[in-house]
Design a protein around this ligand. Structure first.
Ligand code: KIV
Length: 268
């Protein structure tokens, strides 16, 4: 850790100013993180999408702080030189500011993360401010807030009407004033993504927020075609690994049953 090649928060601001797009991708384990680092992914996010992508939950809500830290540490071991953001799970920064601070610090001290991500609107700005003041880089996350699924009832595109759009722009400005180094914009019209990107100095990282954001983030399982029950509109499949894995598992099972594996080349 601490290599000179490692990106820092100021690099992402510079990239926005120079019009260079920031590429962020989720990872939850060491081998995937290693590949992401090798391919020059700018930011690896250990998202709380961990809950659905890896742990088999129906939403992000059951993910605990310890589970998240466990996966962040694995990602760090796989990608020692990458910029890694740990996503603070449901209720880990709401009970009190001091608990939020202690929880956030664990991402840097125990898991080797470079920053934390916090999902929430302007109401969380004072908490963010205290974290940044303590030396913890924070990425905001506004627009669609999956951790609010029980109060919102649905995952829906946010900011379609002008009133809601203005509220989300106000969230973005509050987060910037609180000191975030970047913010995720989730599921909003591309035009609103553009307005926010122009309204704040810090980079915006979009997921379903259009091409004008300073960068993009994708959930690795969606991108690799590992999750095939449905495909979110904001994602694009760059591979179809589910089919490839099914093919390999079936071929392996067939070979074992037909006594074709192990062959002489696999035997001692
Ligand atoms: O948990 C996650 O993967 C995220 C991204 C969708 C931004 O928060």
């Amino acid at each position: 850790m601490g290599s000179a090649r490692k990106p820092t928060v100021s690099l992402f601001r510079k990239m926005k100013n120079e019009g260079k797009k920031i590429v962020m991708l989720t990872a939850y384990d060491a081998p995937t993180a290693k590949l992401a680092q090798e391919c020059g992914i700018d930011i690896i996010l250990v998202g709380d999408s961990l809950g659905m992508a890896v742990l088999g939950y129906a939403s992000t809500l059951p993910v605990t702080l310890d589970q998240s830290l466990h996966h962040c540490a694995a990602v760090r071991r796989g990608a020692p030189d990458a910029f890694i953001v740990g996503d603070m799970p449901f209720m880990t920064c709401h009970a009190s500011e001091s608990e939020a601070l202690k929880n956030a610090a664990r991402y840097l001290q125990e898991a080797g993360c470079d920053a934390v991500k916090i999902e929430g609107d302007a109401a969380l700005a004072p908490t963010v401010e205290r974290m940044v003041h303590a030396g913890i880089p924070v990425m905001g996350h506004i627009g669609l807030l999956p951790q609010h699924i029980k109060t919102s009832g649905v995952y829906r595109v946010t900011g379609r009407g002008e009133e809601e759009a203005e509220r989300i722009i106000a969230d973005a400005k509050a987060m910037e004033a609180a000191g975030v180094f970047a913010m995720v914009l989730e599921c909003m019209p591309a035009e609103l993504g553009k307005r926010i990107t122009e309204a704040v100095g810090v980079p915006t990282i979009g997921i379903g927020a259009g091409v004008h954001c300073s960068g993009q983030v994708q959930v690795v399982n969606d991108l690799l075609g590992l999750f095939t029950d449905f495909q979110p509109k904001h994602s694009k499949r760059y591979a179809n690994l589910a089919d490839e894995i099914r093919r390999a598992f079936t071929e392996y099972a067939d070979d074992v049953r037909a006594q074709k594996f192990p062959g002489p080349e696999n035997s001692f």
